[in-house]
Design a protein around this ligand. Structure first.
Ligand SMILES: Nc1ncnc2c1ncn2[C@@H]1O[C@H](COP(=O)(O)OP(=O)(O)OP(=O)(O)O)[C@@H](O)[C@H]1O
Ligand SMILES: [Mg+2]
Length: 503
């Protein structure tokens, strides 16, 4: 009779042939040669099981990586590919097998494989190259790594090519380059020692550079600003909107803001941006000068109003009253005549005082807003029969910051004063409306007009102030040349800007 263990050995081998290495045979009590044989077979099973697992493991990695992997024969023919190759080159394993890898390179690079293998031959290391891989309709920019494949006996059995799809990276790079080059601010990269490594077009222009790359610290015109910048940057490795006066190569000084940040965690390099704020600074100066000038003018005007009108009226009253005082000879008729004159002088002094107050700051503007104040101004002028007004205002209330209301009132007032002084007009049209988030104030007189572009230098403070008063609000003032047909001007305020700056 055949030992039943042979049947078990037979079944085990059938399992092994099916790739199942989990089964083991129990040893008998005999512990004879057959048991020793079984024990060896069990060990073989375990060995096969572990190598199969690592093979599967390797296969999983091989096929699931997003990089394309090609196993090449020593002559460069494709021997094996992973799943990513099939996906990216849209090919099947069968069709691409045995294709020389050179066929996937651009025709201009048909010697590339030879060159790479020659390089590998020299130092057995990895060779890296940027290659556009083409197969049928697919064309993919890749970063390729080539390396030798060796057998256990250290024989060269081919090559391994790992190709990374870099199209997305290239796209990002192109986008970044575009932002970098097209930015109107100076963008730069510098190293830890503050030396510029790269700078965009706007930067070269601002710093007056050609190809030279100076130290950032050499751009500081002021020694204390330079020191503060250096200390702050050393401490935090970044800096935001640091104000400094930039000194260009030709020693031109420009008001600037600089921000610097580290690139990545470990890179020693920093990236930065320099904003030229000289225009803002100049505008700030204009605004401050306007405020000072306007204040000075107002003071002069108030003082001359008080002196010329109220002062005169009060002097007259004083004179009338002093003729009564101590003059016993005056008849009651004379006294009542003088009192009558004094009364008239006092009421016109009160009216003068009201007008002066209105000019300083109309109460209506403070209490009821811009539209009501303009209406009141027009009514006052119409009362004096200087000219008529044709006004059209929006029905709904426009919410504006108080300071902007005062600014707009002063501009309208200056336009009307100019019409009174220079235009010889008999009508002024004022139209205020909200259109596409813009506040528009159109004013037009029908006087002699003037050419704002070519006014023979006859620019007083009035027109200049009209413009500069609008600067803080980013407002626009447009005069239209309407020579002989009157003067037209449009004030344009972007309500988005006003609402944004309010919040
Ligand atoms: N509505 C207008 N019609 C005709 N000419 C005008 C009108 N507005 C301005 N001008 C011309 O433009 C010039 C400049 O005006 P601007 O308001 O700047 O100065 P001004 O009125 O002469 O003096 P200021 O306003 O400083 O008291 C005027 O002198 C005048 O020649
Ligand atoms: Mg004027």
């Amino acid at each position: 009779m055949i030992d039943p263990r042979f049947q078990k050995i037979n079944d085990l081998f059938i399992d092994f042939s099916r790739g199942n290495f989990d089964t083991q045979i129990e040893l008998s009590n005999q512990l004879d040669e057959i048991d020793a044989f079984i024990s060896n077979i069990n060990m073989l099973g375990e060995e096969l099981k572990s190598t199969t697992i690592s093979l599967n493991y390797f296969n999983n990695i091989f096929h699931s990586v997003s990089d394309m992997i090609f196993v090449l024969q020593p002559d460069g023919k494709i021997k094996n590919i992973n799943h990513s190759v099939k996906l990216l080159l849209a090919c099947s394993e069968d069709e691409i097998m045995n294709t020389p890898i050179n066929k996937l390179f651009p025709s201009s690079q048909n010697k590339l494989f030879k060159e790479i293998t020659a390089q590998l031959q020299q130092d057995r290391k990895i060779v890296s190259s940027t290659i556009k891989l083409k197969y049928k309709n697919a064309s993919i920019d890749t970063q390729c790594l080539f390396t030798h494949l060796y057998s256990e006996q250290n024989e060269n059995i081919g090559f391994l090519l790992i190709a990374r799809d870099v199209r997305k990276i290239k796209e990002y790079e192109a986008k970044y380059q575009k932002i970098f080059q097209d930015s109107s601010d100076a963008i730069f990269i510098m190293n830890k020692d503050n030396r510029l490594l790269e700078i965009n077009k706007a930067g070269k222009q601002l710093l007056d550079l050609k190809n030279e790359l100076p130290f950032i610290l050499d751009l500081f015109a002021d020694a204390s600003e330079k020191m503060n910048f250096e200390t702050a940057l050393k401490k935090n490795n970044k800096i935001r909107d640091f104000y400094f006066k930039l000194k260009s190569k030709r020693n031109k000084h420009t008001d600037c803001l600089i921000s610097v940040n580290q690139i990545g965690e470990d890179s020693g390099n920093l990236q930065g941006i320099i904003k030229d704020i000289s225009i803002q600074k100049a505008n700030e100066t204009i605004v401050i000068n306007t405020i000072i000038q306007t204040e000075e003018n107002e003071r002069k005007r108030i003082s001359s109003d008080l002196h010329d009108s109220l002062g005169q009226q009060l002097s007259a009253i004083l004179f009338y009253l002093s003729t009564i005082k101590g003059n016993k000879k005056l008849s009651p008729e004379n006294v009542s005549e003088i009192l009558e004159k004094s009364h008239d002088a006092i009421s016109s002094a009160v009216k003068e005082l009201r007008d002066i107050c209105f000019n300083i700051m109309p109460r209506t503007l403070e209490n009821y807003g811009l539209l009501e104040a303009i209406k009141e101004l027009c009514a006052k002028i119409e009362k004096q029969e200087i000219f008529k007004f044709d006004i059209s205002f929006p029905k709904t209330k426009i919410e504006l910051p108080k300071s902007l209301e005062t600014t707009l009132f002063r501009i309208v007032q200056e336009f009307i004063n100019n019409t009174i002084k220079h235009a010889n007009a008999d009508e002024v049209k004022i139209k205020i409306k909200l259109e596409n988030e813009f506040l528009l104030i159109d004013i037009q007189d029908n006087g002699i007009g003037f050419d704002p572009e070519n006014n023979h230098g006859k620019f007083g403070l009035g027109l200049k102030n009209m413009e500069s008063r609008l600067l803080p609000y980013n407002g626009k003032l447009e005069f239209k040349n309407m020579l002989n047909q009157g003067t037209y001007c449009r004030i344009k305020i972007d309500m988005h800007y006003i609402n944004d700056t309010k919040s």
